[in-house]
Design a protein around this ligand. Structure first.
Ligand SMILES: *Cc1c(COP(=O)(O)O)cnc(C)c1O
Length: 360
């Protein structure tokens, strides 16, 4: 019945998200969710919002949330856009700011949703290769383009581009919109939000899914010049007036306000990450330096797909990408200390068994 499909649907290659298992009891280190629950203040704010008020539409402009984000980063609410997860904010940025005559540039190894949006909106793009060490080389972006987008830290490598280099990228591209997707910046980077007042072409996108433990609530935001924000609002108001429900707005405000819980949990994750990276290196893995809540690691002997399958047999899920250059890597989300210990026990069994076979 696919003759019912529109031409655009025929040519789409949709994004494939990591598995959300239906069975309980698995150790889920595959989609970079936060292992700690949301702030208790978020939970009580959500409970307070449940009631008769849900018969009413939410504030279409989510003013309370824009103000909370603005207060958090020392910008004005007119510099803030909010959406149903940062994926939606990204989608509006692709349509509203990144669709131009010249090709869009992004790294060859990056968030795999970017080429999907290009397919959806018919945007030409060029994938700019990372260096052999999987680093972004800013000089490689000095070519004609209709915009630039990159995650910082990059996904799935976890590597951080220092803020000075982000600024160099902006200096070299004054006439293109530069979108910095900071889904993981709270785990070790410095936000480029500090640069938006000096660079009107910069749009910074963040999410509450990772560092604020709210992947299930679906809230993301963008910060940039009011003219860039206006473009996103025009797309949003041509698509869905109410992308955020009352629960999402209320919960997200509480999450932005509870700085102490945010600090505490992100510090725990960064500490666990360094411990986990050390243990993986002890097992012989090459682990890229990570400023995110995951590590990207490859074993010199074991095939990554095989290793992921063996871990899965032991009820641990990690992410493996069948993509050139990175097919021997695993992306492992930083869990709690207990979850990481379980991962290491499983690896010791799997790799130890192999070592025994090799030694015999
Ligand atoms: C997780 C992630 C997002 C999407 O986050 P949501 O707000 O949950 O939609 C965006 N960009 C990158 C690089 C991510 O890893």
């Amino acid at each position: 019945m696919s003759h019912f499909w529109s031409a655009v649907v025929h040519r789409l290659t949709p994004y494939v998200p990591g598995e959300q298992p239906k069975v309980a009891g698995l150790i889920k280190l595959n989609t970079n969710e936060n292992p700690y629950g949301p702030s208790p203040r978020v939970l009580s704010a959500l409970q307070a919002e449940v009631g008769d008020g849900l018969r009413l539409y939410p504030d279409p402009n989510a003013e309370s949330l824009k103000s909370a984000v603005a207060a958090c980063y020392g910008v004005t609410p007119a510099q803030v856009f909010v959406g149903n997860g940062s994926d939606e904010v990204l989608a509006h940025a692709f349509l509203g700011l990144l669709q131009h005559e010249q090709p869009l540039l992004f790294p060859d190894i990056t968030y795999s949703f970017y080429p999907v949006y290009c397919g959806l909106y018919g945007i030409e793009f060029e994938a700019v290769p990372l260096t052999a060490d999987f680093e972004i080389e800013v000089a490689d972006y000095a070519r004609p383009n209709g915009g630039i987008i990159l995650p910082n830290p990059n996904a799935p490598t976890g590597r951080l581009l220092p803020l000075a280099k982000v600024e160099a990228l902006l200096a070299g591209n004054p006439d293109s919109v530069v979108v910095v997707d900071e889904a993981y910046v709270d785990f070790g980077g410095q936000s480029a939000i500090a640069l938006v007042d000096r660079h009107p072409q910069l749009l910074v996108i963040q999410t509450l899914s990772k560092s604020r433990s709210l992947a299930g609530l679906r809230v993301g935001f963008a910060v940039g010049h009011p003219k860039l924000i206006e473009a996103l609002e025009r797309v949003k108001n041509s698509f869905n007036s109410y992308p955020l429900g009352r629960l999402a707005i209320r919960g997200a405000v509480a999450a932005m306000e509870d700085r102490q819980y945010f600090e505490q949990t992100r510090q725990m994750i960064m500490r666990t990450r360094e411990e986990l990276a050390g243990k993986l290196r002890g097992f012989g893995f090459e682990v890229l330096p990570s400023a995110a809540n995951f590590v990207f690691a490859r074993h010199p002997v074991w095939d990554a797909a095989e290793l992921a399958a063996r871990l899965r047999e032991k009820a641990i899920i990690v992410r493996h990408f069948r993509q050139e250059r990175i097919e021997q890597f695993l992306r492992i989300t930083v869990g709690t200390d207990d979850q990481c210990a379980a991962l290491c026990r499983a690896l010791a069994l799997i790799l130890g068994g192999e070592a025994a076979i090799v030694n015999n």
